[in-house]
Design a protein around this ligand. Structure first.
Ligand code: URP
Ligand code: ZN
Ligand code: ZN
Length: 482
């Protein structure tokens, strides 16, 4: 049987580096031809998608999600079916989620558990980072096996959440060293959780239990110290490091200094730190709990600094840290004590539109940069490029027909995430995914999910030499005059 052929006609193809009008032929799962005025009859295409007036961009890659994650005494509200379907509606065609090693248990058991969670449920492609909680010297060969055999080339470690996920510096250093020697990357939750816990105790003893104390007890300096230490440890281990969910200028400055010194330090930020701020904790009643996430929302003055970090390539990625908990019943676990509010918020569905609107429409970043930080860089950094993250002959046909003019209002009333609120409720945005293809199959069309549950396939990720010479390690020329 010959592979199904789809022709996308008349669109404006935008990648991290290109911007031109052309047609795309897809055969089976991949792009096989890009050219001007491709002819349906001549190419015997079964289906034509009219993309006139639309952007044709590589599917979004969200490199930081937590579907079906046990955390904070409950489990994140989206599983791999509901979360990946919602992601697809928003124009994201690949996620990299996290398998979690239980302390004392093998990383391979963790991987089996997460494969079982995703298998048969995911609507888009997915990979896993491994959350390492425990890595004695005799087990470091497991990291190498994960990299070489299982397609897990990145590991998240925590300086936060003492007694739950926190790793000591020896474990972090050891994991960095072994992963760095073998082409892996350590992703760091960089916040000094030990000191944060002391601050929390001080506030609880004074009877401060409301959601806003989540932010007050997690100062930006705790994140700055974490980032500083993560970079120093990675320098000692001679390995690259990737700071996850960077939220503030104090932390960003440390990444900038490291990159200016030529160190292989990388970082992501998230929409919540670009569009929300700590005033959201002042909402009536228990409303502030909706924004209890870690790091906490920061003072608004940080937002333009983060945008400038993206522009200058000190931040390379925007991912969501999608970790939704329903306000009712889940966030309410902490109604009498902010430390019992499960940490995390939803966002996987809204990332592309929020970043397009706040970035491109509001003229903070170019269209190419939009594609770079939402798709190409996550693919490059996490070993998915050029299979994913671009529009090129031979790449997977993960393609979004994006309407740059479409305006809509974000709301829990119309979102597809399985959570009873939206952090961006009432935000008017311009720019939306209209038709979404995953490996050549249309999965979103006319506002409907037309793909199959379970269609998403596990992506073994390759290693990337992030130590030097990758496009993501280059500074733009304008950075020289910072
Ligand atoms: O609040 C958050 N970020 N929850 C998810 C876990 C993490 O630290 O990424
Ligand atoms: Zn984290
Ligand atoms: Zn996270």
């Amino acid at each position: 049987m010959t592979a199904k052929k789809t022709l996308i006609k008349g669109g404006r193809i935008v990648t991290a580096v290109d911007d031109y009008h052309a047609d795309i032929l897809i055969e089976g799962e991949q792009i096989t031809l890009i050219g001007k005025e491709l002819d349906q009859a001549q190419l015997q295409a079964d289906k034509v998608i009219d993309a006139k007036g639309k952007l044709v961009i590589p599917g979004g890659i969200d490199a930081h999600t937590h579907m079906d994650m046990p955390f904070g005494g409950t489990t994140s509200a989206d599983d791999f079916e509901t979360g990946t379907r919602a992601a697809a509606f928003g124009g994201t065609t690949t996620i990299v989620d996290f398998a979690i090693q239980t302390k004392g248990d093998s990383v391979f058991n963790a991987l089996d558990t997460w494969h079982a969670k995703a298998q048969g449920k995911a609507c888009i492609d997915y990979g896993f980072h491994m959350i390492v909680t425990d890595m004695p010297r005799e087990n470091t060969k497991d990291l190498i096996k994960l990299i070489d055999k299982e397609g897990i080339s990145s590991f998240k470690l925590f300086m936060a959440y003492p007694g739950v996920l926190l790793s000591d510096d020896a474990t972090i250093y050891r994991t960095m060293k072994v992963s760095g020697e073998n082409g892996g990357l350590v992703c760091m939750h960089a916040e000094n959780g030990i000191v944060i816990n002391e601050i929390i105790q001080d506030f609880l003893e004074k009877g401060h239990t409301a959601p806003k104390f989540h932010a007050i007890t997690r100062p930006t300096k705790a994140e700055q110290e974490g980032v500083n230490r993560a970079i120093a440890l990675s320098e000692m281990a001679e390995s690259p490091v990737y700071i996850v969910h960077l939220s503030c200028n104090d932390a960003l400055q440390r990444v900038q200094e490291a990159r200016d010194a030529g160190l292989p330090a990388y970082a992501e930020t998230c929409p919540q730190y670009l569009f929300l701020d700590d005033s959201y904790y002042e909402g009536p009643g228990f409303e502030g709990a909706k924004y209890v996430m870690t790091p906490a929302l920061r003072n608004k003055s940080n937002q333009e600094k983060l945008w400038s970090g993206l522009k200058m390539n000190d931040l390379q990625v925007i991912s969501t840290d999608h970790c939704p908990f329903c306000f009712k019943d889940q966030k309410e676990l902490g109604i009498d004590d902010f430390t019992k509010i499960p940490n995390g918020g939803p966002g996987v569905e809204n990332r592309m539109s929020l970043v397009f609107n706040g970035g491109v429409v509001q003229k903070r970043i170019s269209l190419n940069k939009f594609v770079e930080i939402t798709s190409t860089n996550p693919a490059r950094i996490f070993g998915l490029f050029p299979k994913k993250g671009t529009i090129a002959v031979g790449s997977d046909a993960d393609i979004v027909i994006f309407n740059p003019d479409k305006k809509f209002t974000i709301s829990a009333k119309n979102h597809h995430m399985r959570v009873d609120y939206n952090c961006y409720e009432g935000f008017d945005v311009q720019g939306a995914a209209e038709t979404v293809m995953s490996r050549g199959q249309v999965i979103i069309e006319d506002g409907q999910h037309v793909g199959k549950v379970g269609y998403g396939s596990y992506q073994k990720r390759s290693t990337v030499n992030l130590k030097m010479g990758t496009p993501t390690s280059c500074k733009p020329e304008s950075a020289l005059v910072r």
